[in-house]
Design a binder for this molecule. Structure first.
Ligand SMILES: [Zn+2]
Length: 130
């Protein structure tokens, strides 16, 4: 799934009047665009978010404003290219999130020492040896 696929999905939802779905797809597209340094998609997303904002009301409009300023922020800092610091921060957050428990295979926080699902005490936690 590429960021432009998500963007297309968001635009389709918007065209069909599904504003909340359009926003969800929009956030997806923003995430993927950041990962790939896809400035063009981010630029189109700010336009889409602005359109959603103009059509929506209440919480949906606010959410559209957030998406718009998020994308704009990532673009503005380096004059049209994606801000590398934003990408780095996003990447480290995404990469650091979870891993599979060696015992029950549930997704647990990367740095967890005890599995919150089965109680397995990980010997793979940072700096530890069995
Ligand atoms: Zn477990």
């Amino acid at each position: 799934m590429t960021s432009s696929d998500d963007l297309t999905k968001a635009q389709t939802h918007f065209a069909a009047g599904h504003l909340r779905r359009a926003l969800r797809a929009g956030w997806h597209a923003a995430e993927t665009a950041l990962l790939h340094g896809d400035a063009e998609t981010l630029r189109l997303l700010t336009e889409l978010a602005t359109s959603i904002e103009a059509t929506a009301s209440g919480g949906t409009a606010k959410e559209a404003t957030r998406l718009e300023s998020y994308c704009r922020h990532c673009l503005d800092a380096s004059g049209g290219a994606v801000e590398s610091r934003a990408i780095t921060a996003r990447l480290s957050r995404i990469r650091k999130t979870t891993r599979a428990c060696p015992d029950c295979k549930a997704q647990i926080p990367e740095d967890a020492r005890v599995c919150q699902h089965c109680g397995y005490r990980s010997v793979f936690a940072a700096g530890q040896t069995p």
